[in-house]
Ligand binder design. Structure first.
Ligand code: GDP
Ligand code: IMO
Ligand code: MG
Length: 432
């Protein structure tokens, strides 16, 4: 039975939360394996709207066990707040498991995230300010604090002291901020430790055992391919591996166990924060997409930058992640456009690129080469089968499928759980 990885194929906010929720009732575990509360997933079930940041979207499916795996960075206060918020709305959160090896976001890293951005000035990344980058940097520098450290106070104290020895130098001498006291950090971390204690597990063992029992495990990426620290538009990326490989290192489930990779591709493109974006529209078309698609960040409320679909990126995501099924989301947002441009290649100072240029400077200069596809005017939000879609909407999907070389298995026509057209069952075992 399958282990399935679900990833964003663009720069985030493709609708991963909705897709995960759609699959949630058919899977036994949903695992968040990277990132932290920089993610923002909006899930709409009936007349209820949920905004999730740290918790995997599978938490909304009764019967499904949500897991925060080792690759995640956890802000304890945010975790408790999200759990309390969902509980107050009647969601059962009692099954949540948190890896003992996940790293904790200490308060000084939130401060450092913000002050380093301020210091970068016009070269800033546009981070979410949640302390994500500094916490992953600590992990790599081997001065991070793990969930398991919360339960050994003397170790925790030693680690916080060691981290603050250099952090305070930075804060005071470089960034002109006040020093952080060891006691205040310990107080914040320990305040939540007991509440989380029953959830702390060896999640790698748990997930491998579940797969051995024939259960289905869905790995839900935060962020997306082009925000991946290795494969994205570095340095304008997040600090974790948001691509399919991250599901293995971020959870302790081996690549040999992964059967399927689902890529979520929005019918157009958005990006939050700084960095190159070849198909970006700074005109009325961009505003049209922002308004029609409600493209404002779930986490920071920032207006998202909008542009046409880019299949060069789609193909790149397909390759890097080994995507077996594409979910095209938000097709309904394109309704009403006379023609819809799709970027099929780039022009970089006179040279045509069919694939993502390896050189970042080339990507900064990439000008989109468009293919124009005919639009449609009919409202498609009520369509539930592919045949019900207007012919030009069907053609748009088929052309994306052809250009990206991956089968389209679901098409999203609205934010609601039921507003999905299923062409192929993504949970069925892959054909031999
Ligand atoms: P995520 O970060 O990838 O989970 O995506 P977000 O939740 O940040 O952003 C996607 C937004 O689009 C959310 O508000 C969803 O409710 C909404 N959404 C998802 N799929 C569709 C769709 O097919 N059509 C429309 N109109 N909205 C959608
Ligand atoms: P979901 O999971 C879109 C962006 C930030 C910034 C960069 C680095 O909802 O798709 P960070 O705080 O991670 O160090 O910021 O990454 N970013 C996202 N953009 N969707 C997200 O998550 C994002 N998470 C981070 O805007 O440009
Ligand atoms: Mg989002």
């Amino acid at each position: 039975m399958p282990a399935i990885v679900l990833v964003g194929a663009q720069w985030g906010d493709e609708g991963k939360g909705k897709a995960t929720d759609l699959l949630g009732s058919g899977v036994d575990y949903v695992v968040k394996f990277n990132g932290g509360n920089n993610a923002g997933h909006t899930v709409v079930i009936g007349d209820q709207k949920y905004a999730l940041h740290l918790l995997p979207s599978g938490i909304l499916s009764p019967g499904c066990t949500p897991v925060i795996a080792n690759g995640v960075v956890v802000d304890l206060a945010v975790l408790i707040e999200e759990l309390d918020g969902l509980e107050a709305r009647g969601v059962d959160v009692s099954k949540l498991q948190v890896s003992a090896n996940a790293h904790v976001i200490p308060p000084y890293n939130r401060v450092l995230d913000k002050v380093t951005e301020r210091f970068l000035g016009s070269r800033k990344i546009g981070t979410t300010g949640r302390g994500i980058g500094p916490t992953y940097a600590d992990k790599m520098n081997r001065v991070g604090i793990r969930v398991q450290d919360l339960y050994d106070e003397s170790i925790l104290r030693q680690k916080v002291e060691a981290a603050l020895a250099t952090k305070n130098q930075l804060l005071v001498k470089i960034y002109n901020r006040r020093a952080v006291e060891v006691e205040e950090v310990l107080e914040e971390l320990l305040r939540h430790a007991e509440r989380i204690r029953p959830m702390v597990k060896d999640t790698a063992l748990e997930l491998n055992d579940a797969l051995d029992r024939g259960e289905t495990v869905l790995f839900e990426a935060g962020q997306a391919t082009l925000l991946d620290v290795d494969h994205g538009t570095y340095p304008f990326v997040t600090s974790s591996n948001a691509t399919a490989g991250g599901a293995c290192t971020g959870s302790g489930v081996a690549p040999t166990r992964v059967d399927r990779v689902i890529g979520i591709f929005k019918a157009y493109t958005t990006r939050v924060g700084e960095g190159p974006f070849p198909t970006e529209l700074e005109d009325e078309n961009g505003q049209f997409l922002r308004d029609a698609g409600h493209e404002y960040g779930t986490t920071t409320g920032r207006p998202r930058r909008c542009g046409w679909a880019d299949v060069v990126i789609g193909r790149f995501a397909q390759r890097i992640n080994g995507i077996t099924d594409m979910v095209i989301t938000k097709l309904d947002v394109l309704t009403g456009l006379e023609t819809i441009p799709v970027c099929v290649a780039y022009d970089v100072q006179g040279t045509r690129f069919e694939e993502m240029p390896v050189n970042q400077s080339d990507f900064h200069h990439a000008r989109p080469v468009y293919e124009e596809l005919p639009g449609w005017t009919e409202d498609i939000t009520g369509c539930r089968s592919f045949e019900e879609l207007p012919v030009n909407a069907q053609r748009y999907v088929r052309r994306l499928e052809e250009l990206m070389g991956t089968r389209v298995s679901v098409v999203g026509v609205g934010p609601g759980r039921e507003q999905s057209i299923v062409l192929h069952d993504m949970l069925a075992p892959a054909a031999a």
